[in-house]
Design a protein around this ligand. Sequence first.
Ligand SMILES: Cc1cc2nc3c(=O)[nH]c(=O)nc-3n(C[C@H](O)[C@H](O)[C@H](O)COP(=O)(O)O)c2cc1C
Length: 211
Amino acid sequence: MNHSIIDNLHWRYATKRYDSSKKVPQDAISIIKEALRLTPTSYGLQPLKFLIIENNAIRNELLSFSYNQKAIVDASHLIVIASLTDIPTQEIDDYIENTALTRDIPIQQLSNYSNFLKQTINNLSPIEKKMWAQKQAYIALGVLIDICAQLKLDATPMEGFDSDGYDYVLNLTEKKLTSTLVIPIGYRHSEDSAQYWKKVRKSSEELFEEF
Ligand SMILES: Cc1cc2nc3c(=O)[nH]c(=O)nc-3n(C[C@H](O)[C@H](O)[C@H](O)COP(=O)(O)O)c2cc1C
């Protein structure tokens, strides 16, 4: 297929080795931040926090909780997507207030929706709330992978890390957050052999059904 979007998706790969001498420029970081801010989430609640880490000392500490994947320290930046471990009622009140302010509508008009949201969320068990928040992190991951490809930046989605270790180093537990996904971003090393691997994907016949 001949299209720049598809070409960029072929160009990207889960980069194993980064060129530590190259830094992602600030304007690209700003685009990534705005894309993550605009990422849709269920009910729009955004139970997420994005940590953008350049600091080498922190990244060295995180390396020991990352199965020694050197991308953690060699990439230009490390993005940690953290999700809320609980969805307190205050989160919903804040969302409703933001909606009223943003759309310039009286908050009373949103009271039915607010009650609906509170009831829906409070029906979930603590573990279901945590898992629901983590699902939202994966939406942001999808957006991030695509944005990086379109910007011709390399990125490595990672689940292979010790979340408890990250939570400890980044003081996430006290903020009622947990590290859910880790994504080093930067520029591939010219000797990263993974850039030449052919993409392994199911065929369209296997993946799609059209009616
Ligand atoms: C949610 C998720 C977690 C992943 N975790 C890791 C990881 O910890 N380390 C790693 O090297 N690759 C990781 N990968 C990369 C996948 O193995 C890779 O995306 C997949 O094999 C497809 O290859 P491609 O991305 O190079 O096209 C992860 C990918 C995803 C989407």
